[in-house]
Design a protein around this ligand. Sequence first.
Ligand code: 1PR
Length: 533
Amino acid sequence: MMITLLDYGAGNVRSVVNAIEKLGGTIKPVTKPSDILDADKLLFPGVGNYESMIRILNEKKYIHPLREYLEADQPFFGICLGMQALFEGSEEDFSGNESLCIFKGMVKRFKTKLAVPHIGWNGVNLKKDSPVFKNVKADAKFYFVHSYHIVPDDSSGDESVVLTTTNYDYEFVSSVQKGNIIGTQFHPEKSGTAGIKLLENFIYQKDLRAQKAIDIKGKGLSKRIIACLDVRTNDQGDLVVTKGDQYDVREKGDVRNLGKPVELARRYYEEGADEITFLNITGFRDFPLKDMPMIDVLEKTSKNVFVPLTIGGGIRDYTDSNGKTYTALDVASQYFRSGADKISIGSDAVYIAEEYLKTGKKSGKSSIEQISKVYGNQAVVISVDPQRVYVNSPEDAKKHHVIKTQFPGPDNENHCWYQCTVQGGRVTRDLDALALAKACQDLGAGEILLNCIDKDGTKSGFDLELINAVRSAVSIPVIASSGAGCEDHFAQVFEKTSAEAALAAGIFHRKQVPIQSVKDYLADRNIEVRGMI
Ligand code: 1PR
């Protein structure tokens, strides 16, 4: 089955291609406007910024053939922005470029007290009996990552285009279908077996048209469980997954070797991880575009792993020994093309935040601003590596956000602040984690990966005080990281803080706690999780 792919050049289309090929389909990329009209089935994955997507469709002269194709009710599957493009316009677009206007309605920003972007696994309320949902279980969850959603205008009285809605703090339209034209806000190519089934139905069902109206209810947003792989080259030159104790990855002089990155990532996908994060922990030393093994890891992993992949380490501007300059955007783009959905910035984020707080001005040139502008806020994660600095009272660290702690310091100090570090915890900076998180959110970051050097590898539980302090300082999602030792530690994170996700490394690598038993434990406590479907 030949599927024509409309790739307008932003974001990760590799996963879509991998999914179609795994299903036995063949991809034909659109390279000129007439390819659109020649398509039998057209797939349009979009990610990032609506304005730049519509601008590129106009520049490439795709708008008119697309409209002609859609008006003829030819099979079409739009993903995320690829669905939003079907409507009349977006609150994210002030360019005045021509849009497709196939369906009536607008794309609007979430107005909610919950975290925006809406990131993670959520259910759907099915409103039509559609062949694309054939053999997809009613309680299936799909992966969402977006700050805007469609608001169809059904005032004409014609049959509604709404195929599903989804519950956040209000119900929003999460997919549409009219005739053979389908669009989903969620990413089927990142939604494990449920999403792959949807794509399979699109490819192989002969008649895609929805038969009748139904009303099947789904549930809300799940708390995510993320497996993290700290990757580096060991002294023998092998790329290995390692794990530190408070960031010290050596044992008796050797770098701990806990497995191979591609194999471990696949194992975690099959065991039910909601996301996989790779951190190239020596990336601050080496230039990642030279360090091709990480690109190879992403390419190989994305062939078999259909959940979101994040990559961090070394994402910054770089000048090589010949004086050639690479921007952080170049590095990130290479990672997105290789299969990453998000990039994570550590050390560079600290320097950027320091500069921003000093000048009060956004330069527009920082890695956070540049990457979020092209790929969207949801694609930029800030990895924070803080450690506690104990003080007797807030007066002792006036410049910083000081909290009262239930876990006093070595000299019985009952206050602390969280000091940012760079270069894998080796260098401390005069900046606290809350100030860093807020500044990065201002600059366009979409998520915080909140590590904790004091807790890393200790298996003593997450630093709930840190998580609460940072989560209440920002409105973007926070991933709690460092210290997981048992199932109950995950329950504590979700019951005692508002973190959207929890990440662990050591206990998964050493097979001490299976991912599924974490999820079973949480489900028993009525914490919403994605099951194995
Ligand atoms: O600074 O942009 O090059 O990024 C470097 C990245 O590498 C940062 O995200 C930084 O957190 C990470 N990193 C650097 N050195 C280390 C190290 O361990 N020596 N690892 C390191 C950080 C922390 C977690 C870990 C959790 C969970 N790893 O991601 O996986 O603490 O562990 P646990 O469940 O076993 O407790 P840049």
